[in-house]
Design a protein around this ligand. Sequence first.
Ligand code: PNS
Length: 158
Amino acid sequence: MKLIAIYPGSFDPITNGHVDILNRALRLFDKIIVLVADNPAKKPTFSVEERKAMIWESLEDNPKVEVDSTTGLTVHYAEKVGAHALIRGLRAATDFEYEFQMNSANQFINANIESVFFMAKHDFMFISSSTIKEMVIGGVDVSSLVPGPVLKRLKTLK
Ligand code: PNS
């Protein structure tokens, strides 16, 4: 049986922290679908198409990875594609409460789809898509924190 996982998120934009978690999860799963949440209420900086393009451009060609988006519930998408697990990264204790609640909701929807949590590497503990954007606008060099294709697009925010 092929083990399929969904890596859902806003990815506005994808960071090196996300890429690290994806690469670590790829050691455990046969296929991972990076799933961009299409939720205009969150007022994203980048469109879904831009976010998907940045993810594609940031990943080395890997036949085990797909990129998609959904306007619906992550668990419903997972059911549709026959996925077994959801992947999430945890940076600090502050992430835990939100993730615990989301996991409980996801388990309520379908208890057969497990969430697997990866602890962020020390170097990426403090980064989020939002802090990266703030740093860019403030003129900070974030080249060690995001993939090259993302850096290129972030420069348009200044
Ligand atoms: O990168 P983020 O913003 O922390 O990702 C959150 C995301 C997109 C994974 C989460 O909000 C989500 O799964 N949204 C889709 C709707 C959904 O399934 N919500 C959880 C159960 S109600």
